[in-house]
Design a protein around this ligand. Structure first.
Ligand code: MN
Length: 377
């Protein structure tokens, strides 16, 4: 029997635990309804934790039941290990769902010519799950398309990890055609080692500003030594960090209006749904600094739950400061030279910041956490 290729959808790290995770899984299921992959690969951290409410589990099962003809293969991760008390063990799953557990094992999907491999965390940490129970040779030459799903850290990107550290050799030498990986939330391109294609699909929606840009899943055809996958976006909103540099400060309202103009210009069709973190920078005369709370309030009228960080620097008035006491004057002279001889923007910023704190120290104003000017709420 020879089947040329099989259509798959590879997703990972949904961390289902709230509405946003469920909503994203709905999007993935509706993609499956349109695209009709033979296998839906879920490469771990499907749930955010092992305790899943009956309500969430019921919703997940009713979504999966929309795909009776799709094999749903789950490789539990470090957030949702297949432990005795996990949702994988204590609940009833539909027949088309395969849940891998412990070391690498395989099932043959005769109809579609696939030997499906997978392993699964059984506790929060795992070692060498990629090893097979038996020392069977994976590439047995019988013509099946060898697809593997697993959760873990990939060497040599990391050199040690308590999360199923996967050596490069298993990608190169095990004879898989495609390895669907989960755990790393940042998507990688589809890469190749030896004759094996592999990728991290990344998390399919953002949960914070450390997960910027468009996020989604991989869909396409995998065959013997062939792999045609494309990225499909599934997130409804992006997390975007923007910097704005100001050189004068009139009022909180005017700064806010400048920010809103910038955002509307740059993201005309999505600014109302995307989430923004705005970093306000620039050199301003002493005593002139936007108030992050006030700016946030203004922005909230247009943006959804914006965050504002004010990182402006005091522009020193050397002339005004020149007549100060001797020690302070000495400090001022030295720091002025530092600022003026700075070789880069970063160095200049650092010198100005040091000058600002130094002058405050003379006034007895420096407190612990002085640089914590971020408004994070
Ligand atoms: Mn993980």
């Amino acid at each position: 029997m020879r089947i040329k290729s099989v259509k798959i959808l590879h997703c990972a790290d949904l961390h289902i635990g709230d509405h946003e995770g469920i909503r994203t899984f709905e999007t993935i299921i509706s993609l499956c309804n349109d695209e009709k992959p033979a296998i839906l690969l879920i490469a771990g951290d499907f749930f955010d934790r092992i305790n899943v409410s009956a309500n969430i589990f019921g919703t997940v099962i009713s979504l999966i039941s929309q795909l009776p003809d799709t094999v749903v293969a789950i490789a539990p991760g470090n957030h949702d290990p297949f432990s005795a008390d996990s949702v994988y063990n204590i609940r009833e799953w539909p027949e088309n769902v395969i849940i891998f557990r412990d070391k690498l094992s395989s099932v043959i999907l005769e109809d579609i010519g696939v030997r499906l491999w997978g392993c699964g965390f059984t506790s929060y940490y795992a070692d060498e799950l990629w090893q097979t129970e038996s020392s069977e040779n994976i590439e047995s030459g019988d013509g099946y398309i060898e697809i593997c799903v697993m959760h873990g850290d990939l060497a040599p990107q990391v050199s040690s990890s308590p999360y199923n550290l996967i050596p490069q050799e298993i990608l190169k030498d095990f004879g898989f055609d495609y390895v669907a990986l989960g755990h790393v939330h940042k998507r990688t391109p589809v890469m190749k080692a030896g004759r094996t294609f592999y990728s991290y699909s990344g998390c399919p929606y953002a949960r914070g500003f450390d997960e910027p840009g468009d996020l989604g899943v991989y869909i396409g055809e995998v065959g013997k030594s062939s792999c045609e996958l494309r990225f499909v976006k599934t997130n409804s909103r992006r997390y975007i960090t923007e910097e704005i540099v100001i050189d004068s400060f009139g009022s909180n309202l005017s700064v806010s209006e400048r920010i809103i103009d910038l955002i509307r210009d740059k993201y005309p069709s999505s600014y109302a749904v995307d989430r923004f973190k705005i970093i306000v920078k620039g050199e301003l005369p002493d005593g002139n600094m936007p108030d992050p709370f006030s700016v946030t309030d203004h922005l909230s009228k247009v943006l959804s739950d914006p965050r504002v960080e004010v990182k402006t620097i005091v522009r020193p008035d050397y002339e005004k400061l020149a007549g100060e006491g001797s020690l302070k004057g000495l400090f001022l002279g030295k720091m002025k030279a530092r600022v003026e001889s700075a070789g880069s923007e970063e160095e200049r910023e650092l010198a100005l910041r040091a000058l600002e704190y130094g002058l405050k120290a003379f006034e007895g104003e420096v407190k612990i956490d002085e640089d914590n000017v971020c408004l994070d709420r």
